[in-house]
Design a protein around this ligand. Structure first.
Ligand code: PLP
Length: 450
């Protein structure tokens, strides 16, 4: 049961002003939607709040519910809204293209898909120059796994425990979280320890974790593998930044065993970490295959796989086709995202606001025992809550209570981690220092009432 609430003594913080008035809402009420949703929507949907929110409008870092109540969106539609809700440049690009040509596939020539592929390739280091467009992160990882297996002529994949790579029959195997697993064949996938500096057995010792990759290859396979996949910042798994230096060691080991290295950038790409454009660059590695989705389209259904010409060549023997992947509307949207991120210098902005927010969260940690760990960089942050700092006992009930309280204070954060006790803070990248201050003040206020 949730602990009893104490009333905090001081007055709640005041939200920063924002010039946007939501339109009057005349649609179905949340109660009506919920009733129909229960009847008609697949049973695997889950609700984030005790009383689910009916979100009807979005503007940059803010969302509005059916009553016009404004929320500071600190989760960006699960790290998907990169530039801001309904960013005008992206809306305009999409609307104009929709009027002109909504759909054609790669069986014809069309400028947007190629222009977008070129722009995306220009953002990649090394020889990562060939782009495949798909519709989601799951599809991207599915294709990456296929490439790795074809290229290496081997089936064994290595993935990290605590990872989330998708929900298809193939990617469920890569995902290393029990909640998302179904009892279906997982096929030649080996999970190694995730190098989690806070909870992991070896702390920040990247060498010890990388040794486990070697051992898994030695004892769990014939000595050869197809590939290794990892998020640099485990997202669903609770905003875990991998121990520094880990990927370099793991990549070396995997390559020696004939495998290719896949970076899942579905959450961490496009400058969100502040220090680099891609998450893997924080570990000073260049993968052989990079998968991306979410932020690439600011909410449009879009994903991509980028690889080297050599690896791409293995798919040339057969037809690789995706009906919607890179359709003109999503392509102009994705291109607009890249332009906005550059024009508005969002990477530098994430670095600035992110460091301010981390400093303030660390101050908060001094004040509230319940904050066990503050981690991440840029606008890719996690706050892990514990009832006992030494034992690191997950504060599950308190997390749920605070989560609801923050919503009442007009703040939406993400929740995650193995124990569901991590606040994931990954807002649209237009999030400001004032927003960060409001978030921290609201957390302070809510935690003072515990
Ligand atoms: N990879 C990562 C790191 C993710 O966080 C997700 C989704 O949360 C996926 C892959 C799957 O993406 P999608 O939901 O677009 O299929």
């Amino acid at each position: 049961a949730a602990p009893a609430e104490k009333v905090p003594a001081r007055s709640p913080p005041v939200m920063p002003p924002f010039e946007h008035r939501p339109r009057p809402y005349a649609g179905w009420s949340g109660d009506e939607i919920l009733a129909k949703r229960k009847q008609f929507l697949g049973s695997s949907v889950f609700y984030y709040y005790q009383k689910p929110l009916n979100i009807v409008e979005g503007k940059m870092q803010y969302l509005y519910d059916e009553n016009g109540k404004r929320y500071l969106d600190c989760f960006g539609g699960i790290v998907t809204v990169s530039c801001g809700h309904c960013h005008p440049d992206i809306v305009n690009a999409v609307v104009e293209q929709t009027k002109l040509l909504q759909h054609t596939t790669t069986i014809y020539l069309n400028q947007p898909i190629v222009e977008f592929a070129e722009a995306l390739a220009s953002k990649m280091p090394g020889n990562l120059k060939v782009v495949y467009f798909v519709n989601s992160g799951t599809e991207a990882n599915e294709l990456a796994m296929l490439m790795a297996r074809l290229y290496s002529g081997n089936l064994n994949m290595i993935a990290l425990r605590n990872a989330y790579h998708g929900g298809s029959a193939g990617t469920i195997g890569l995902t290393g979280l029990q909640t998302w697993k179904y009892p279906i064949p997982q096929g030649e996938i080996h999970h190694v320890m995730n190098p989690d500096p806070y909870r992991g057995t070896f702390g920040s010792d990247a060498i010890a974790y990388a040794k486990e990759v070697e051992e898994q290859i030695n004892y769990g396979t014939s000595g050869r593998v197809a590939g290794f996949i990892a998020e640099t910042f485990q997202g669903v798994g609770g905003a875990v930044e991998l121990a520094p230096g880990y990927l370099k060691l793991a990549y070396d080991t995997v390559r020696k065993a004939g495998g290719v290295c896949i970076a899942d950038e579905v959450q961490s790409g496009f400058g969100r970490t502040g220090s680099h454009y891609w998450g893997f660059q924080t570990q000073d590695v260049i993968p052989d295959i990079v998968t991306m989705a979410k932020g690439i389209g600011n909410g449009l259904p879009l994903g991509a796989v980028v690889t080297t010409p050599e690896i791409a060549n293995v798919l040339a023997q057969k037809i690789q086709f995706n009906t919607f992947g890179g359709n003109p509307v999503c392509s102009v949207g994705g291109l607009a995202v890249l332009k906005v991120l550059d024009k508005e210098k969002r990477q530098a902005h994430c670095a600035d606001v992110g460091s301010h927010l981390v400093n303030r969260l660390k101050e908060l940690q001094q004040k509230h025992e319940i904050i066990g760990d503050v981690r991440g960089r840029g606008l890719m942050l996690g706050v892990e809550l514990v009832t006992d700092r030494k034992e690191k006992t997950p504060a599950k009930a308190e997390t749920n209570l605070l989560f609801e309280k923050l919503k009442d204070l007009n703040i939406l954060v993400g929740k995650g981690g193995l124990h569901g006790n991590v606040f994931r803070i990954k807002p649209p990248m237009c999030f400001t220092r004032d927003d960060a201050d409001y978030l921290v003040d609201a957390m302070d206020y809510a935690m003072s009432g515990l």
